[in-house]
Ligand binder design. Structure first.
Ligand SMILES: [Zn+2]
Length: 225
């Protein structure tokens, strides 16, 4: 069975790589390759994650604004368990990812904050009961809305997200060494500075819409075995 780790940090757009070139450069050095993508409109968290995990445009999955209903459309959280892929979601409690994919044959774990979610995810990786694990963090998004998207605290939060991705990936690679696998860094949208000086997102502008995902395939996975 192939293994997949998806790390989904909130609101880290492609522009962030220009703000933290050394940190994002380290992803390439660690074997990740970058896939530039466009977010969906409006670039709001539940709209974007619903599209990312259903493959549907907002008009198809039905979430077209900031709201968090349980999705009724088919998602990877329907398709993967149906194929015997044991799947878990670890997310901050009451976040979009914690709520909109409920009701599937998926194991759900909620933490009070990013740190708790990381511990839950590391525990799940160590137990090894799941083939696919989605992990969601939100500290950077919290900070940008409370203050600004590019200040020191915000950039520090992004560095924490990158460190968390590194820690989770190392644990995942150690656990499943020898098996075909992939780790994915997959944010939902970017952010910009709003008229009041605080961070915001939801506009059809590059700062909000341009994102980049980073894939790290194990050698076995890259050979298609
Ligand atoms: Zn936000």
């Amino acid at each position: 069975m192939k293994k997949l780790l998806i790390y989904a940090p909130d609101a880290i757009g492609r522009l962030m790589a220009e703000k933290l070139p050394a940190e994002f450069g380290a992803l390439a050095a660690a074997g990740c390759f970058k896939v530039p993508l466009q977010s969906v409109y409006p670039p709001k968290t539940p709209v974007c994650f619903a599209s990312m995990f259903s493959g549907l445009a907002p008009v198809g999955h039905g979430i077209r604004k900031y709201e968090k209903p349980v999705l009724s459309c088919r998602t990877i959280f329907d398709a993967l368990p149906a194929r015997g892929v044991r799947t878990a979601i670890a997310a901050v409690k009451d976040s979009s990812i914690d709520l909109i994919f409920r009701g599937r044959r998926v194991d759900y774990f909620s933490g009070q904050d990013d740190g708790e979610v990381t511990l839950l995810a590391l525990g799940l990786i160590e137990e090894g009961q799941h083939d696919c694990l989605l992990v969601y963090h939100q500290r950077y998004d919290d900070i940008l809305h409370a203050s600004a998207p590019w200040n020191a605290a915000a950039l520090e939060a992004v560095k924490e997200h990158l460190l968390a991705f590194g820690e989770l990936t190392r644990a995942f690679d150690t656990k499943w060494s020898g098996l075909p696998r992939a780790a994915l860094f997959a944010p939902d949208h970017g952010a910009h500075t709003g008229p009041d000086g605080r961070g915001a997102h939801g506009d059809n502008i590059p700062d909000d819409m341009d994102v980049a995902h980073f894939w790290k395939f194990s050698p076995a996975a890259a050979q298609g075995s």
